[in-house]
Design a protein around this ligand. Structure first.
Ligand code: AMP
Length: 249
C-alpha cells in the first residue's frame, strides 16, 4: 500500500508571530519555520505502517516555496521514502492545495492519504476534507487511532462526547489529531540518509492547477494586549473592586 502524506512548512510553533506593519499578513522573513506539528504525526503514522508491513511506500508532499524542500527532508529523515515538492511562491488556499493533491493522487495512486487535521498558520481545517471531496473518496477526520483491515480502515475519531469508531473503505483520506501518536526525532544517521532520498519537483501549473486566490484578506491585527493584574490586600478589597471598578457583581 502506498501512503501519501502532505507536509506543510509553517512558522514554528514556538515563535511569537508578529503582524506586518501594513496589516496585510504576518511576518515570515527571518522567522524559524518548521513542519506543521499535525503533519509530523501523519508522517509518524505512515512510517509506523511501513514498519509494520502494512504500507510499502511513504511519499511526503509539500506545496510551497523552494525552502519547503527542508520540510520534505525532515519527513524523509523520519522515514518517508521519497518526496514531491510542488513549487510556488504564492500562499495557496486549501482549495488550491487540495487540487494539487488531487493531481498527484491521480498520478501516484496511493491507497491512503494521511493529512494533518489543520495547519497551525491558517487553522483552516479544510484541505483533507476538500481533497476527499474532489477525489470522491471516503474520509475520516480527527483520527486518534487508525487500523488498516484489508480494503478498509477502522478509524477512531475524537468527538465531543468521547470516541467514535468508523469503518471507511480504501482508498480514503484520513486527517489526524494530536493523540494519534508521538512523532519520533530524526536520528543523525537518518538525517544523513535522507539527503540521498529523491525529491521530484513540479509546479501548480504543471499539475494544471489555477493558484489564483478565491479569498481577499481585508486586514490582519494583533490580539488586544492583556492589561496587567493587581494584588489586593484582602477579600473586602477584592469584592469592592469587583463591584465598583470591574462592575461584574
Ligand atoms: P489546513 O486545511 O490549511 O488547516 O491544512 C490541513 C492539512 O493540509 C495540513 O496539516 C497539511 O497536511 C495539509 N496542507 C495544507 N497546506 C499544505 C501545503 N501547502 N503543503 C502540504 N500540505 C498542506
Amino acid at each position: 500500500m502506498k501512503v501519501l502524506v502532505p507536509v506543510k512548512r509553517v512558522i514554528d510553533y514556538n515563535v511569537k508571530v508578529r503582524v506586518k506593519p501594513d496589516g496585510s499578513g504576518v511576518e515570515t522573513q527571518n522567522v524559524k519555520m518548521s513542519m506543521n506539528p499535525f503533519d509530523e504525526i501523519s508522517i509518524e503514522e505512515a512510517v509506523r505502517m511501513k514498519e509494520a508491513g502494512v504500507a510499502d511506500e511513504v511519499i511526503a508532499v509539500s506545496i510551497g516555496p523552494q525552502q519547503a524542500q527542508e520540510t520534505i527532508r525532515t519527513a524523509l529523515a523520519m522515514g518517508a521514502d521519497r518526496g514531491i515538492l510542488v513549487k510556488t511562491d504564492a500562499n495557496l488556499e486549501p482549495l488550491a492545495v487540495a487540487k494539487c493533491l488531487k493531481a498527484l493522487i491521480e498520478k501516484e495512486e496511493p491507497k491512503l492519504v494521511i493529512v494533518g487535521k489543520q495547519a497551525i498558520d491558517d487553522d483552516s481545517n479544510q484541505t483533507g476534507q476538500m481533497t476527499a471531496a474532489l477525489m470522491g473518496w471516503a474520509q475520516a477526520t480527527f483520527a486518534s487511532e487508525i487500523k488498516i483491515d484489508g480494503d478498509s480502515a477502522d478509524v477512531t475519531r475524537e468527538v465531543d462526547g468521547g470516541l467514535e469508531t468508523i469503518k471507511v473503505s480504501l482508498p480514503a483520506v484520513v486527517t489526524v489529531d494530536l493523540r494519534l501518536n508521538e512523532p519520533r526525532y530524526a536520528s543523525l544517521p537518518n538525517i544523513m540518509k535522507a539527503k540521498k532520498k529523491p525529491i521530484d519537483e513540479s509546479s501548480p501549473a504543471d499539475l494544471g492547477v489555477d493558484e489564483a486566490p478565491r479569498l481577499e484578506t481585508i486586514s490582519v491585527a494583533e490580539p488586544p494586549k492583556r492589561e496587567g493584574g493587581a494584588k489586593v490586600e484582602d477579600v473586602n478589597e477584592l469584592v469592592n473592586k469587583l463591584m465598583n471598578e470591574a462592575k461584574v457583581i
